[in-house]
Write a protein that binds this ligand. Structure first.
Ligand code: FAD
Length: 489
């Protein structure tokens, strides 16, 4: 590789490495405050979220939920009959949500917002210095007067030491959200959010899906009933869900004697074999920090970046280096990354203006919600919507708590939403502070209920005041009455 470096360093107030949702929002905040800001991006402006994660996966999943909703109600059920999704139309809509993997729209937004874009691979080169290596090998040196923010996100992790894995050319989230065709048989390895969502999507598009899970349940970080109801939903949709299963080795070879499609055979831990056309590994994420120059500032490359509540990187003097979004491992979700970006941006601006930071809990420069009130929706059928602590996590944190469960199907709004509606809700109450610390809803259409719970948890609204927050009749939200009655007695 030939390398040439422009001589004059280019000076900015703020340099952001990585133009995913987090980086874009850090840059937006600092530029809005009048700081001269540049963002460095090696692939597409918009990041994993826009092209290979949230947007395409939700574009694949929305028709699944829409059809399930129509089927759940007498009258509309007859209208859709036994119809199935039209894969070509679903994939075309997915393609439009990813802007056909072109980032012109987001580049224009940067321009309109007054943020400079430098395309290439960014690396720290020392204190407040970043080099950017362009595709042609040329290098530029950027220097920040105030701050550098690392927002380089995460990448999929494949298990080590599984014979044949590389040769099997497994799908990661990129192929599984971007495939132009529907595989006839798809094996999905991993029972976390990515695994269950993409198993749901491809099953609905016509694949025969087998979901292989090492543990004994799905969605291990959520309330146990969430994983159980999602497993029921997957099985009802025709997914073969197998627990306690590991893949020992894989082999990809021609399906027949001819030169036809090559299928992949998975040898399972118990000696069983499974043949598929594609295998998706949804087995976790690792930080994209191996090659961002961390060694230049005394940090170890490759790991998650440890930060304080204002997203300042620990172990680097001077408070000029920040890390927000997936890369700091606080909460691997777009909305939490964007929240950290708002906090990071505010901290950078306060420092630049010589103001001190308010890093007290829920202060303007503390991303307190990451641990106390991060919401998450799993867009399966049924949906899962959760915020705050599970019962188990609250107990492990030493809180004196009471959990109230309620059958969502018994709520009038839910039975109107769908015939034979099945779902469940749990609220976890902190008995000492008399506030909610966690809520989980599972059922069709519950994702839009979640923000009410987030407001209650983050606002630490006293239970006695929540009692006066009257849900409209007849909505699924009336479950709040039952949960609060359960707590107040
Ligand atoms: C299949 C799937 C579905 C998901 N669905 C959801 C969802 O519905 N809701 C949700 O909240 N979250 C979802 N997530 C998680 C979400 O995608 C991430 O939390 C989010 O993308 C993190 O944003 P980020 O900006 O931190 O990183 P990213 O989106 O990964 O962006 C990082 C950017 O940095 C760039 N970059 C990396 N290194 C360098 C470098 N050295 N120089 C220059 N540029 C660099 C990358 O090219 C990338 O553009 C999903 C994840 C997956 C895998």
């Amino acid at each position: 590789m030939t390398s040439s470096q422009s001589t004059a360093p280019e000076e900015y107030d703020v340099i952001v490495i990585g133009a995913g949702p987090t980086g874009e929002n850090v840059a937006d905040r600092t530029a809005a405050a009048g700081l001269r800001t540049v963002i460095v991006e090696s692939e597409l402006v918009g990041g994993e979220c826009s092209y290979w994660a949230c947007m395409p996966s939700k574009a694949l999943l929305r028709p699944v939920a829409a059809l399930a909703d129509a089927r759940a109600v007498a009258g509309s059920r007859e209208a859709v009959g036994g119809g199935v999704l039209d894969p070509a139309a679903v994939l075309a809509r997915r393609d439009s949500f990813t802007s056909h993997w072109q980032d012109d729209g987001q580049v224009q937004w940067l321009r309109d917002t007054g943020i400079d874009l430098v395309r290439g691979h960014g690396r720290l080169a020392g204190e407040r210095q970043v080099t950017v290596e362009a595709e042609d090998g040329s290098e530029r040196l950027l220097v920040a007067r105030h701050a550098v923010a690392i927002c380089t996100g995460s990448r999929p992790v494949l298990p080590q030491g599984v014979p044949g894995l590389a040769g099997a050319r497994p799908w990661t989230n990129r192929e599984a959200t971007g495939s132009p065709t529907v595989p006839r048989r798809l094996a999905v390895v991993g029972g976390g959010v990515v695994g269950v969502e993409l198993a749901t999507a491809w099953r609905a598009l016509g694949s025969e899906v087998t979901l292989l899970v090492r543990g004994s349940g799905l969605l291990p970080r959520m309330e146990p009933f969430a994983g159980e109801l999602v497993a029921d939903g997957l099985r009802a949709a025709g997914v073969d869900v197998r627990f306690g299963t590991e893949v020992a080795s894989l082999e990809r070879r021609a399906a027949g004697a001819d030169d036809g499609p090559r299928e992949v055979t998975l040898v399972l831990g118990d000696g069983g074999r499974l043949t598929a056309d594609e295998v998706l590994y949804a087995t976790g994420r690792a930080p994209r920090t191996a090659d961002v120059g961390l060694e230049q500032v005394g940090l170890h490359p490759g790991g998650w970046l440890d930060v304080d509540d204002s997203c300042t990187v620990l172990g680097v003097d001077g408070g000029w280096l920040y890390a927000a979004g997936d890369v700091n491992h606080r909460a691997l979700l777009t909305h939490q990354g964007k929240y950290q970006a708002r906090i990071t941006g505010a901290a950078i601006v306060a420092h630049a203006e010589g103001r001190s930071l308010d890093t007290t809990r829920w202060g303007a420069h503390a991303a307190s919600a990451d641990s106390a009130g991060a919401p998450q929706v799993v867009f399966t059928t049924p949906e899962v919507a959760a915020v705050g602590l599970t019962l188990d996590a609250a107990e492990r944190a030493g809180l004196r708590v009471k959990a109230i469960d309620h059958d969502l199907g018994a709520v009038a709004g839910a039975s109107l939403y769908g015939d034979d509606y099945e779902g469940r809700a749990r609220a976890v109450f902190d008995l000492d502070r008399e506030v909610l610390v966690g809520v989980t809803f599972v059922g069709p259409g519950v994702s839009e209920l979640l923000h009410s719970a987030t407001v209650a948890v983050v606002g630490e609204v006293p239970i006695d005041r929540l009692w006066h927050a009257v849900p409209a009749y007849p909505t699924i939200s009336e479950v709040w009455l039952r949960l609060l009655e359960g707590c107040r007695g």
